[in-house]
Design a protein around this ligand. Structure first.
Ligand code: FAD
Length: 576
């Protein structure tokens, strides 16, 4: 029997699990692990990023796109702390992640040593598995458990690794190198399915709400919606579960959503929730019956009073329901929704037809769509960029649309595009981000350049935290602390070795987009957008209207000026 370094055994284990890359920054307390990775660099590629936060955000995005575990690495102390944001993104959007952080030598633990941070304590809230490595012998077994737990619990597994321990040698005959893993999926309960069929058959106005959990059941969702002729609304991360141009599609719900989806919810007599934990109860029907399908029993009835809960995989449940519900060819409720939707799309295309300078974000979205490909991956950031992208981009089932949905962290757009290009080198990857969000992670544009990942980054540049401005205004407050100075992101792109186009006039937009599409190196399109473009809700409710009225009155009283208001036509259309 031979001997092998514990770190090398673990790298072998990663390969067995199909891990072929790691995002991170090496250093002091994790260098032994990195040395073992170096020896296997042809099998596990190390992507050196410029800030650890980008490593963890990219790992989370990789997992959202592929379903496979995302892996990131950093030194202990400051590096570990920088990883936190992406770790919470993975936790809150329920995707598996493995985090390797260094640790001071075990013999010095507790001596207030340089960079000594109690990482197990630090990661207690974010991790589903969180261990210090305490012996070379147990290291592979602990790694194995970490990966299994991350997959099963769809969360973050963290290992704090003292550099001296993993230098230790262990037997090369390690039983734990086996990676057989059976993910537990609950089986469907027949009586629940029967109850669901009965409810669906007796509903007049059923409306489907599809969440991110329905994305693994796109084909089944389409077949089911068509079978019972029901309108389909989607959550923000559920965008793409049914193509936006499908005749049953009624858009997103919530502030970011459409007016037809809001109205359909209000007149529904049956809500069919599929793979969603949608949190904003005010946008759901009042007092309708409800069938909820979710793989996680804890989610059944969590947000809405559920009549029938179906615990299980969405694809399996929907196949059953499609086969056993009564087909409905014509449903007046769907017809009404479709009529409203055609008016909605007409309004949207009027907005997008805006050829003015400064450029309307709506027109920019039309431009982006015009250069997108059949299987484009959109990595959308948090801010007004979320609203414009969600509302105006027509996403198909073959495309992907990812965002930091629950944590809502700014700065997720660029790391998501990097992960997209790395996971799917042949697909177009477009990051859509505001200047506030992009500036938080922009240094890692050079990572895309270094690794020859021809992503397109579209920066909506308005020198402002516009989403916060509209939050302030709709709460009746005055704009404060949301303006910042300009950066020429096109020049920055060139400085990094990429390509940059600064677009200030409408007529320059399309040519720049075409050049970005054709580029073989990463591109930043720095688009100066209208600072007054208002990301109004699809349906303006009374509270928001009152907030705006308070803001206007306050602005006149305190600033002696009438602030520029959103176009009255749009306000009236979305309010009435
Ligand atoms: P999750 O909460 O992640 O739920 C997914 C569910 O699917 C889980 O319960 C899971 O158990 C289940 N599941 C997973 N796999 C399967 C499977 N195979 N079969 C069955 N079930 C499965 N969201 C909106 O919808 N509208 C908005 O207006 C909105 N505004 C936002 C604005 C900003 C700026 C940001 C950052 C976010 C916004 N969000 C909005 C996102 C919002 O915060 C929530 O993250 C989102 O609504 C949750 O969507 P979900 O229910 O699809 O996802």
């Amino acid at each position: 029997m031979g001997k092998i370094k514990a770190s090398e055994a673990v790298v072998q284990l990663f390969e067995n699990w199909g891990i072929n890359h790691i995002y991170g920054i090496p250093g002091d307390s994790i260098n032994t692990m990195v040395e073992a990775l170096r020896k296997e660099e042809s099998k596990i590629k190390f992507y050196t990023v410029r800030h650890e936060e980008v490593a963890s955000l990219a790992a989370a995005a990789y997992s959202k796109l592929t379903g496979k575990i995302g892996v990131c690495l950093a030194i202990g102390g400051p590096g570990a702390i920088h990883l936190l944001n992406g770790m919470y993104d993975a936790k809150m959007d329920h995707v598996p992640m493995l985090v390797l952080v260094g640790h001071i030598p075990a013999r010095l633990t507790g001596t207030d040593y340089f960079q000594e941070v109690n990482t197990v304590e630090l990661f207690k809230d974010v991790a589903v598995y969180n261990k210090d490595i305490t012996s070379a012998e147990s290291f592979p077994a602990v790694v194995n458990q970490a990966i299994r737990t991350a997959y099963q619990k769809r969360g973050v597994a963290v290992l704090s690794i003292p550099d001296d321990i993993v230098l230790g040698e262990i037997s090369d005959n390690i039983p734990q190198l086996a990676t057989v893993f059976e993910k537990k999926t609950p089986g469907l309960v027949q009586s629940d399915l029967d109850d669901a069929v009965r409810l669906i058959n007796s509903a007049n106005n059923p409306v489907i709400l599809a969440g991110v959990g329905a994305k693994s059941a796109k084909k089944e969702l389409k077949a089911f919606a068509e079978r019972i002729s029901a309108p389909v609304a989607v959550t923000l991360p559920g965008k793409g579960s049914l193509s936006d141009d499908h005749p049953n599609f009624i858009g997103n719900i919530g502030k970011i959503g459409t007016k037809p989806a809001y109205e359909a919810m209000k007149s529904a007599d049956l809500l069919i929730m599929i793979g969603t934990d949608y949190p904003y109860a005010a946008y759901l029907p009042e007092g309708a019956k409800c069938v909820q399908i979710d793989i996680d029993p804890v989610k059944i009835g969590k947000r809405y009073s559920v009549t029938v809960g179906v615990v299980g995989d969405a694809a399996e449940a929907l196949s059953y329901l499609t086969d056993h519900t009564t087909p409905v060819a014509d449903r007046p409720f769907l017809k009404t929704c479709q009529n409203k939707m055609s008016t909605w799309w007409k309004w949207m295309s009027e907005d997008q037809d805006n050829k003015k300078t400064p450029i309307a974000p709506e027109a920019l979205m039309a431009g982006i769509e015009s250069i997108s490909e059949e299987d484009t991956i959109y990595s959308v950031d948090v801010g007004t960029s979320t609203v414009w992208s969600t509302r105006y981009l027509k996403v198909s089932e073959k495309q992907d649309f990812i965002v930091s949905a629950w944590l809502g962290t700014m700065g997720c757009g660029l790391p998501g595009a990097i992960a997209a290009k790395q996971a799917f080198p042949d697909r177009q990857a477009i990051a859509i981000t505001g200047d506030g969000a992009f500036a938080m992670v922009m240094q890692d544009f050079v990572t895309a350049v270094t690794y020859k990942m021809p992503i397109i980054v579209v920066v909506l540049n308005n020198k402002q935290l516009a989403f916060i401005k509209y939050e302030q205004q709709s709460a009746g407050q005055l704009k404060y602390a949301v303006d910042f100075g300009d950066i020429d992101y096109a020049k920055f792109a060139e400085a990094c070795g990429g390509v940059g186009y600064r677009v200030e006039k409408y007529e320059d937009l399309q040519p720049a987009l075409e050049k970005a599409k054709a580029s073989e190196v990463p591109v930043i399109l720095d688009v100066v957008v209208d600072v007054d473009a208002a990301p109004l809700p699809g349906k303006i409710v009374m509270d928001e209207a009152k907030g705006y009225a308070r803001f206007t009155a306050k602005s006149i009283a305190e600033n002696h000026k009438l602030e520029k208001m959103p176009p009255m036509k749009t306000v009236v259309r979305r309010f009435l």
